[in-house]
Design a binder for this molecule. Structure first.
Ligand SMILES: Cc1cc2nc3c(=O)[nH]c(=O)nc-3n(C[C@H](O)[C@H](O)[C@H](O)COP(=O)(O)O)c2cc1C
Length: 414
């Protein structure tokens, strides 16, 4: 009976334990979590989502305070056209976050950054270029392009000295998305080093519509394997979404994948950035407590716990401080929904907005409890303590459980 450790992920000359911990936005996949994966010979992700806020919290910078001060005059204005990111500051925050993480790296594994295209930051092209370039400047091992088709992203960094040496990958949820990506980038003569194929059971935003339940990860991988074979292309595929045990992972490794990307099981580790109280919510959840909804202003469906505080909350849009989802013309779907509710309820003290959420503010405050479909099984991965809470795990324990377990077993903490 095989275990994950019988396989290796080959990326160019490098051979890695074929386990990636997925990027989890706004410092849920912390540097500490990514560093464990790298130390154990796998791949960890940090995320550059809301990097200025992450930098303020970690390195005592004041990017958010300064931005808020600069645009304070606009807070009651529903037109957010003025609210732009200072590109030098964005580069500085990115370099700090990535640079400090890379300085701390030990072991043979790698650390990648998850870079979401949907963070349009009221200037999609120029901000994405700065994010990608400064990540490379700061020595990141690789960049995973996510939440978007990224048709122009490789082109934005084609002149960077590390364009051909850093590992570059993309996340897709269909063979069509991959075909489109390859076609649009063919002139660059630079294939992705890996492709993460994310199925419908993942956490965060989904690359599917509300009919997500009709799709199946293995089927999508098989389609992509066939396409790559027909095109004579050799790109390692990484399976993601709902892989809960080492044996789940082995099944994908035996059927077309060269690695797996996992996240949900790490949300309840000590190294994960979620507050401990929120980790307990993840442990407690039953299958019925999880939903896929449309409240993300990005337009992508998102999976989360139903008791997420972000659902229905009508907080004033926080764009002057954050503004990561402004589309380039000063718009965000939450602002539209919020203004509609304010106009309909002029005397209300508390505004309720059901159809969209202020994702920046709520992700920043860990009040949007996005999670994978398998979250309801987390309680089976640990033990209950006398006070009724669940024991948090170490990331090393979970990583090794994926690496060495057989027969769908899950090792409890020792
Ligand atoms: C809490 C949480 C946050 C996530 N945030 C992001 C994100 O910011 N960007 C992204 O590309 N994927 C995100 N994901 C998806 C994961 O990186 C990963 O691909 C997926 O969840 C793997 O499936 P699993 O959670 O069933 O193991 C997130 C997942 C979780 C659980």
């Amino acid at each position: 009976m095989k275990r994950v450790d019988d396989f290796r992920l080959k990326l160019g000359k490098d051979e890695l334990v074929p386990i990636m911990i997925g990027g989890m936005g706004v410092d849920i996949s912390t540097a500490e979590l990514a560093l464990v994966a790298a130390r154990l010979g796998g791949i960890g992700h940090i995320s550059d989502a809301m990097v200025q806020d992450v930098s303020d919290r970690r390195f005592d910078t004041s990017f958010v305070k300064d931005k808020t001060k600069l645009y304070k005059y606009n807070i009651n204005n529903s037109d957010k056209t003025d609210v732009k990111f200072n590109l030098d500051q964005l580069a500085e925050a990115t370099r700090l976050h990535i640079g400090k993480t890379m300085e701390a790296k030990q072991g043979k594994g790698m650390i990648f950054v998850n870079c979401m295209e949907k963070l349009t930051m009221n200037g999609p092209r120029e901000t994405l270029k700065v994010r990608l370039e400064s990540s490379l400047d700061a020595g990141i091992d690789g960049i995973t392009m996510s939440a978007g088709l990224h048709l122009g992203s490789f082109g934005l960094i084609a002149d960077h000295p590390r364009f051909r040496d850093a590992k570059l990958g993309i996340i897709v949820s269909s063979v069509r998305a991959l075909q489109l990506f390859l076609r649009k980038n063919s002139r660059l003569n630079r294939l992705p080093d890996y492709v993460i194929v994310e199925g419908p059971l993942a956490g965060g935003h989904l690359g599917f519509g509300m009919d997500w339940a009709e799709y199946d990860l293995q089927t999508i991988i098989t389609e992509i394997v066939q396409f790559l074979k027909a095109e004579n292309l050799d790109i390692p595929l990484i399976a993601a979404g709902g892989i809960f045990t080492g044996s789940d992972a082995v099944s994908f490794l035996e059927n077309g994948a060269s690695g797996v990307q996992v996240a949900t099981r790490f949300t309840v580790t000590k190294e994960c950035g979620l507050p401990d109280k929120v980790k307990q919510e993840y442990f407690k959840a039953s299958e019925d407590d999880i939903e896929v909804n449309n409240i993300s202003p990005t337009g992508y469906p998102m999976r989360m716990l139903k008791n997420t505080p972000a659902i229905g909350d009508g907080i004033r849009p926080g764009c002057e401080s954050y503004g990561y989802l402004l589309d380039g013309s000063g718009n965000c779907a939450y602002i539209t929904s919020y203004n509609r509710e304010v106009a309909a309820n002029p005397d209300a003290k508390k505004i309720v907005v059901m159809d969209k959420t202020c994702l920046c503010t709520h992700m920043r405050n860990f009040n949007c409890w996005t999670c994978g479909h398998m979250t309801y099984r987390l309680k089976d991965t640990t033990r209950k303590l006398p006070d009724g809470t669940y024991e948090l795990l170490s990331a090393e324990h979970v990583f090794r459980d994926y690496q060495f377990s057989v027969d769908h077993q899950i090792a409890l903490p020792v």
